[in-house]
Design a binder for this molecule. Structure first.
Ligand code: NAD
Ligand code: ZN
Length: 357
């Protein structure tokens, strides 16, 4: 079978591999819709997870079940499914501790395009199908559905971890598809005022539709100062970080009120200085005693998470398809879609590839 792979750091190309084999509780799935992720760019071109040879990329997919193992109860060939980006080993000790995305070590629930072949293939393998697949509801568009496996799950986690109370003021730093989903999540959680910090025109438009009340351009001066001024000196109750480099935590912590939560879902590819660190502002953090919590997390995966996100879409709480700005058709367009994600032109939020099945 054919797949789009990271050949080595900095090089991506089509390769031929054997079709994966199916374990007794697993499934083999054919893609129906695929989306490249910013993480694929970090992985393939920046070496975010280290060197990999001929690793098939991709972890955002809807699919059609092609084969199931003898122990799979709820799925059969022909079923249309949502495939979470994160597919934990649900019987592991990390699950018992309440952290399914961290099974088998840090970020270990993330298998596709990390330490096993991803979904940018004619067929891909899903472990524990009954726990890691969800039925794609009839009537859900592919453009909307393909945002669930990672973008909505991660963006909403940013809002969930931020412990937003009704009427709270929230700032979302970075308004790519993850930050936009965090804005929608903050609104669903009952935020009052929502600051969206970003510049891409297409994203600003969607940010307003998803609930942003104020747009802040981080190129117009220090973000923390702009937000503190806009709130009359008070700062915000919660900050969600969904973009930016190592210095962004300085802004995030500074703009939080005493008692605020700084919720990070951003990937930090580089630190600062010889200790490769992410600095925290001493005074802005209330000299370490202002009850400002910094919380982090990896995208939640699994079946129940996908079913709940699907309910959000089915019952009209938000429309994730607004983020699908560029639609490609056919498996062979996948490389073009991935390269567009790498370039990130101003009118792009997320490319989506629809397959003929
Ligand atoms: P994106 O690149 O589309 O969006 C991030 C945006 O932040 C960019 O437009 C960038 O220009 C902007 N930005 C840069 N500096 C900024 C600043 N100082 N203030 C505000 N905005 C700034 O990326 P995305 O696809 O939305 O993903 C966001 C991040 O989340 C990435 O780092 C990605 O790797 C990570 N991610 C994490 C998870 C997870 O499970 N935690 C899952 C998916 C993606
Ligand atoms: Zn991703």
């Amino acid at each position: 079978m054919k797949g789009l792979a990271m050949l080595r750091i900095g090089e991506v190309g089509w390769i031929e591999k054997d079709r994966p084999s199916c374990g007794s509780r697993d499934a083999i799935v054919k893609p129906l819709a695929l989306a490249p992720c910013t993480s694929d760019i970090h992985t393939a071109w920046e070496g975010a997870i280290g060197e990999r040879h001929n690793l098939i990329l991709g972890h955002e997919a809807l699919g059609i079940v092609d084969e199931v193992g003898s122990g799979v109860k709820d799925f059969k060939p022909g079923d249309r499914v949502i495939v979470p980006a994160i597919t934990p080993d649900w019987d592991s000790e990390a699950v018992q501790r309440g952290f399914p995305s961290q099974t088998g070590g840090p970020l270990g629930g993330w298998k596709f395009s990390n330490f096993k072949d991803g979904v940018f293939a004619e067929f891909f393998h899903v472990n524990l199908a009954d726990s890691n697949l969800a039925h794609l509801p009839d009537g859900m568009t592919l453009e909307a559905g393909v945002m669930l496996p990672d973008m909505l799950s991660t963006g909403f986690l940013g809002a969930e971890n931020a412990r937003i109370e009704i009427g709270a003021t929230v700032a979302v730093l970075g308004i790519g598809p993850v930050g936009l989903s965090s804005i929608a999540g903050a609104k669903l959680r009952g935020a009052g005022r929502i600051f969206a910090v970003g510049t891409r025109p297409a994203a600003v438009k969607v940010a307003k539709k998803y609930g942003a009340t104020d747009i802040i351009d981080y190129r117009n001066g220090n973000t923390a100062e702009q937000i503190i001024e806009a709130t009359g000196g008070a700062g915000v109750d919660a900050v969600i970080i969904a973009g930016g480099g190592a210095e962004i935590l300085m802004d995030a912590v500074t703009m939080g009120k005493p008692g605020s939560v700084i919720s990070n879902v951003n990937y930090f590819g580089k630190g600062i200085g010889d200790r490769d660190s992410i600095p925290i502002p001493r005074a802005g953090w209330g000299v370490g005693m202002a009850d400002k919590d910094i919380v982090t997390g990896l995208c939640p995966g699994g079946r129940v998470r996908m079913e709940r996100l699907a309910e959000i879409v089915t019952y009209g709480r938000m429309d994730p398809s607004l983020m699908a700005t560029h639609i490609f058709k056919g498996f062979d367009t996948l490389k073009e879609a991935l390269l567009l994600m790498k370039e990130k032109p101003g009118d792009l939020i997320k490319p989506v590839v629809l397959l003929d099945q």
